[in-house]
Write a protein that binds this ligand. Structure first.
Ligand code: SF4
Length: 218
């Protein structure tokens, strides 16, 4: 399901003249990374609005429509990052690569902040990243060379067919990329035994759990 055309990124950027100097901010908060390789690590999360990937099980639907979220000066977001005292930022969404993230990353790197992104890879990569977590979605598969650049591949498993999808992308990422299978939250009880058995037979994969949901933190 495609709700918003790709051209929206260009239209909004041209209105603001300077790409990436304003971003549609849904929320920002200091928390712990709950998923994947960096689970348990403190980081400042920046959630950007806009996503047309349309995953049926999405738990961030409130972020889909970028028009519902104010365009905020990127410099102001960076100020908040610095004030939080963190050394790491996770940019998430929505699909954050709908936006030009070069300016955000450049400014964060000048402040010696580690940059992490959570993306489906459905849009062209922008920004400079210390860590790219690629979570490919069947509705809109990744574009371009992001697979080769990903540090982490995190595939959401909703049913048994998704293991094939995971293996397809395992072949496309680089040899150093960490591999994670994560149960779709609403199907956890049904699918976790399948994932456990799969990882026992395919030990290159590890299980990622949404630990922030158990900790009751954002
Ligand atoms: Fe939701 Fe992420 Fe899928 Fe977009 S890509 S619909 S934000 S799960």
């Amino acid at each position: 399901m495609k709700v918003f055309p790709k051209i929206m990124t260009i239209e909004l950027d041209s209105v603001n003249q300077l790409p990436g100097r304003k971003l549609p901010l849904v929320e920002e908060f200091l928390t712990l990374q709950g998923e994947g390789y960096h689970t348990g690590r403190a980081a400042y999360f920046i959630r950007l609005g806009g996503c047309d990937v349309g995953c049926s099980w999405c738990d961030s639907r409130f972020s889909w429509n970028p028009d519902l979220h104010s365009l905020v000066d990127t410099d102001m977001i960076i100020e908040h990052v610095i004030e939080s005292g963190t050394d790491s930022v996770v940019v998430t969404g929505g699909e954050p690569l709908m936006w030009d993230l070069d300016y955000l990353c450049r400014q964060l790197k000048l402040k010696n902040i580690n940059t992490f992104i959570e993306t489906s890879g459905a849009y062209k990569l922008s920004g400079v990243w210390d860590w790219i977590c690629l979570s490919p979605k069947k509705n809109m598969p990744p574009e371009g060379k992001i697979c080769e650049k990903a540090h982490e591949l995190k595939v959401i498993i909703q049913n048994k067919n998704d293991f094939e999808w995971a293996e397809k992308y395992r072949k496309l990422v680089n040899d150093e990329c960490r591999l994670f299978l994560q149960p779709e939250w609403s199907r956890f009880q049904i699918i976790i035994p399948e994932i456990v058995e799969y990882v026992k037979k395919n030990p290159a994969w590890r299980v990622s759990l949404q630990s922030h949901k158990y900790m009751h933190i954002p």
